[in-house]
Design a protein around this ligand. Structure first.
Ligand code: ADP
Ligand code: ADP
Ligand code: ZN
Length: 218
């Protein structure tokens, strides 16, 4: 099963993809994590991506598409995967479909996690991430057991520099202008599931799991 997780920055794509990954055994592939890892390794791709990420802009499609397709072609994705943060533009969605067609694969579902803008801002301003395993925490809604330390792996927690207020506003604008149109793209293919993301983490997970179990009306 190939699933695309859609939602504004802070909607809970990463959090929910982790839960689904545990439930289904499918690998969780997050485009933002791939860019941040490339940057830590100091690759050319990572350094190019950084200039856009710092400004809250999207990394150009050609870089992003080739990075994701390379990842999706790895053997652990042969039976499916959870794509988090990709696609984010119409050309990315189209490129993914074309590539999948050539490989005899298909996207099964696109899950849109809908969250009001004020809530997104609150979530991003309190987000802390593990440097080693990328798990997200929140100072209020899901704090780690020991401050500053990851419950899962003991790794160091940090705040993303693009989660600062000014960049968050830019990222939200980019989402509404460039990513929202792909909701319609998946709707036309009868693949779109919209879930209420304004519940607690387990509540949203419940919505997603029951929506995935329900047959799609076509
Ligand atoms: P995204 O991957 O969509 O940017 P994350 O999964 O990183 O979003 O979540 C953003 C922040 O909001 C994190 O701090 C996370 O712990 C918190 N969070 C995620 N889901 C919820 C929820 N349902 N209710 C409250 N806080 C949440
Ligand atoms: P969030 O979890 O808050 O939605 P991500 O970690 O997914 O943020 O993305 C962080 C940044 O990485 C984006 O602001 C953008 O610069 C870049 N990025 C991630 N995915 C894509 C993509 N599919 N296309 C272009 N840029 C991307
Ligand atoms: Zn960790």
């Amino acid at each position: 099963m190939y699933i695309v997780m859609l939602g504004a920055p802070g909607a809970g794509k990463g959090t929910q993809a982790e839960i689904l990954a545990r439930e289904t055994g499918l690998p969780h592939i997050a485009s933002g994590d791939l860019f941040r890892q490339a940057l830590e390794r100091g690759t050319e791709e990572g350094l190019r991506a950084k200039t856009y990420m710092d400004k809250g802009e999207l990394v150009p499609d050609e870089i992003t598409i080739s990075m994701i397709l390379q990842r999706v072609d790895s053997p652990d994705c042969a039976e499916g995967c959870l794509l988090d943060g990709f696609p984010r533009t119409l050309p990315q969605a189209e490129a993914l479909d074309r590539a999948f067609e050539q490989r005899g694969k298909d996207i099964d579902r696109a899950i849109y996690i809908q969250v009001p803008e004020e809530e997104l801002v609150k979530r991003l301003s309190g987000r802390w991430l593990c440097r080693s395993c990328q798990t997200s925490y929140h100072v209020i809604t899901s704090p780690p057991e020991t401050p500053g330390k990851c419950d899962k792996c003991g790794g160091e927690l940090y705040q993303r520099s693009d989660d600062k207020k000014e960049t968050v506003q830019d990222r939200l604008r980019v989402f509404f202008a460039q990513t929202m149109p792909i909701l319609d793209y998946y709707k036309k293919q009868s693949k779109l599931i919209t879930v209420n993301g304004n519940l607690d983490i387990q509540g949203v997970a419940g919505e997603i799991i029951s929506a995935l179990q329900a047959p799609m009306s076509r």
